[in-house]
Ligand binder design. Sequence first.
Ligand code: SAM
Length: 523
Amino acid sequence: MATVGENGNSGASADEPAAEILPVPTPELPPTPDLYSTDRVETFKGELLEFLGELVPPGEPPWDIGVFEGYGRGLVATRDIDVHELVFIDRPVLVGPRVNNYEVIFCASCCCILRRLQLCTGGCRLPICSRCDFSVGAASPHAAECRLIQSWQPKDAGRYSKNILYALTSIRGFLLSDRDRSIVLQMEGHPPRKEMTTEIERLLKDGYFWNLDGEGPAVRYLRQVVNVLNTNAFETSRIVADEENNNHEIILRGLYILGALMNHCCRPNVRYVFDDQLRMRVHASRPIKKGEQIMNNYSKILWGTQHRIIHLCFSKNFLCCCDRCKDPTESGTYLGALKCVRESCPEGRLLPINPLKISSLWRCDRCNLKMDNIKATKIQEIAGRMILNNAIKREASYIIDYLNDHIVKFLLPTNQFTVELKLQAIKKIQPDRPLSELREKEKYCLEILDVLERLNYGECFVKGVLCYELFVTRVTIAKLLNESDDAAETANLAQLRTAWKILSPSGNRPKDLQQLVVTYGIE
Ligand SMILES: C[S@@+](CC[C@H](N)C(=O)[O-])C[C@H]1O[C@@H](n2cnc3c(N)ncnc32)[C@H](O)[C@@H]1O
């Protein structure tokens, strides 16, 4: 796969300001309004409904915007909502690339895969396909953003710039209509932490433009858009085929306003998927009572509490205090627990005494051994590095041996890193692998489904994926053992049904899922 370096050269280099400067007006930042007043919330809802248009079916939607103490605005159910029911569909007000180590070259405008680096002829330093190139004129979807970047007079105009690509989604914030800009600027936008360098600061620090004043109104506006994106944006992706018909996943970030209004809970009541037009479809993952907050999970389901707390504090500026966070065992899943380090205590599990405090002491639930937080963090860091930087990248057979022979010695079977590695193994063990590997895969699926069950996590996306993998694996095993299809199928059809219910609206669902549903007569 081709990797794109910052200095990829394509075409003539120009390290002097472009002769013609095309002025693009900088949007004004409005005075900070009281976002939570009843009037403000009503007006905001009106603008949002107008933006969503036909995506909101006629009649009263099952959601409303409310204000909740300690949370700010949030979504609330206006009636009882059934499990699996569609709660709403949202579309992105802003979407585009994100800071990401992209492994393929793709058009920054339409995301098609480029065989080789092909820069826009407008001089914006972005990879752009010939259909979206600036020279196509107003018909090019990229023309307006290219003109805007040109107005800042990029240095080294003939060279690819990954940092401009990374900042493109925020730059697109300049081109919003008045209504859409008003909606975006009414979203919460936490300023970055001191130690963080945002994509905009990187552009300024390294002097990418002749004509972009670090203290001017354009940068003030860009900074606010970045803050809104960092507080609210979702990771989404497009699956794009190259010329050889190989699929590539292009990771993007999208600002979905209605989606972003859902506050966080580590045991949420919705799941979401993105369809092939990048619309976000939010379904209830458990029954939601009228008046209840509609809540999403901003962190990873299968992370332990301390990891989730640190992630939420650093990236979203709040401390979660939900029931899952308060319970050191996390409903008996022990996702964040460590193996006791005393040799004489092989069954012991170390847990934070107060999981809501990052500096909490840890204690073994068998022998009462105490460990300070620094040591516990170190053990987790080492385990994380060994697994996430090394083992996870290896082939399935290596991962299985590693889990069976190595990991059992220093991590608990349900520790978050063990679970993460098992999830990777599930993805890597394809139906053509030997029976022994398929058996391991079946076991991992069941183990992680059990973790989800204990967490009482409801009908979430990961459950859909695991049910699909379990179904396919069991059918494959039955075929390998020449077992009658019937026996395998009847025991297993519930998994396929769940997988279909959860994954069918997704643009990235497994390719054979629909065919399986037809073959086995599920719908
Ligand atoms: C994506 S926004 C959610 C909408 C936001 N409440 C608003 O009024 O615009 C994320 C922000 O909402 C707040 N928030 C979300 N979930 C929360 C929770 N469980 N506890 C406290 N604050 C929360 C935090 O300020 C967080 O940075």
